[in-house]
Design a protein around this ligand. Structure first.
Ligand code: SF4
Length: 383
């Protein structure tokens, strides 16, 4: 298959690995930002092929995982209303809110529908003028443009029974927040290539300079990731800290100007809470004031819902790279994809799901090996 097989070539992978092994002289901790990269690393066993000195720390870039509990609870509240058709990507339906999830709302009679595009939700609104249709708009810089475009279309077409429950987040403020933490061990970042294909690379040189940390824009296939690691390790060994683009087949410095213009028109930057992490300043988007009529939080008066994360789930530590999933006491025992305690076990990009799915269970803290793993829900568009 063109554009996929050639980035999984074992001979080229071996060469990149040989180069990394020959370059490394001391321990380094690298964080891959995106959950899609985490799954690729664990699925292909890339971390086990690297020199012992190179540790890959899994980052917060799973959109489902970082959506805070209070936003899930707002979704549950809205989806329970008899006049509402609540539309979402499949990943979100099993994310536990306080006491239940969207699947349970559906089983109790709520009209909760899985869609594959926000435009599908807009079509449902067009076809059901007597109902309120809400789309659950979560994710990073990758999913924000189509959601913005859908609001643009709704206004253009005069569709008033459509709204967006927004919980969009931005990567660069999260990198800054991680680097400001006294517990941070990250010495280099593999930045998320798909995010940069939208936003470009412009925000990263300043971050690399401010925190003296190499940032390598990296793709998702095995060779992409090994090349990202190779470049990051080379910088670290040389004492450098630059932004490098190791994913030029998808990422241009300027990003996607049309998508950025759409984002700038529909959204405005806001402080945003990240699940298990807390509020990160300027780390999200909300609908701009002139589009507030499409904001489901305001339309359904759920802004006051404010819930706390459950103490049993350590996903906040997982998302910050402070622990690996199998170091959570609940991993594989009281928390599995079939019975998840946290979003990182549900999402197709969650680190806990990756460790469970690919059987990273051979640790002293894990008493038993579960039976056949349950595949996380069908992927929503990454990012
Ligand atoms: S294993 Fe389950 S309980 Fe533990 S951090 Fe992951 S999602 Fe949370």
């Amino acid at each position: 298959m063109k554009y996929l097989d050639e980035f999984q070539d074992p001979d080229l992978a071996r060469r990149l690995l040989d180069d990394i092994h020959a370059t490394v002289t001391r321990p380094w901790a690298l964080m891959e930002v995106c959950g899609g990269q985490t799954h690729s690393i664990i699925r292909h066993g890339l971390d086990q092929l690297l020199p012992d000195q190179v540790e890959l720390i899994h980052g917060p870039g799973c959109p489902v995982c970082v959506t805070p509990l209070e936003v899930i609870d707002k979704a549950l509240e809205i989806a329970s209303r008899p006049d509402v058709i609540f539309c979402s990507f499949g990943d979100m339906l099993r994310v536990p809110g306080t006491g239940r999830d969207l699947f349970q709302v559906r089983s109790e009679g709520g009209d909760v529908r899985v869609v594959y595009s926000p435009l599908d939700a807009l079509k449902i609104a067009q076809d059901n003028p007597g109902r309120e249709v809400v789309f659950f708009g979560i994710g990073f810089e990758t999913t924000a443009p189509p959601n913005a475009m859908t609001v643009h279309q709704a206004r253009k077409l005069g569709i008033r029974n459509f709204s967006l429950l927004v919980s969009h987040v931005r990567v660069p403020p999260a990198i800054a927040s991680l680097m400001q933490s006294p517990q941070c061990r990250v010495q280099a970042f593999l930045a998320a290539g798909h995010v940069c294909s939208v936003m470009g690379t412009g925000e990263y040189p300043e971050l690399a300079e401010r925190y003296k940390v190499p940032i390598v824009v990296t793709g998702f296939e095995p060779l992409d990731i090994l090349e990202g690691v190779r470049r990051a390790v080379r910088q670290l060994e040389r004492g450098e800290h630059r932004m490098e683009n190791a994913y030029p087949r998808a990422v241009r410095d300027e990003g996607n100007p049309a998508a950025k213009a759409m984002l700038a028109d529909i959204f405005e930057v806001t402080d945003r809470a990240w699940r298990g992490i807390g509020v990160i300043p300027a780390s999200g988007w909300r609908l701009a004031e002139r589009y507030r009529e499409y904001d489901a939080e305001h339309r359904f008066s759920v802004t006051a819902i404010n819930t706390q994360e459950p103490a049993a789930c350590r996903s906040g530590e997982v998302l910050q790279g402070l622990i690996k999933p199998h170091e959570c006491e609940a991993f594989g025992t009281t928390c599995t994809p079939r019975s998840p305690l946290g979003a990182t076990m549900v999402s197709s990009e969650g680190a806990c799901a990756a460790y469970y799915l690919y059987r990273r269970l051979s640790t002293p803290s894990t008493p038993s090996t579960p039976s056949t793993p349950t595949t996380p829900m069908e992927a929503s568009p990454v990012g």
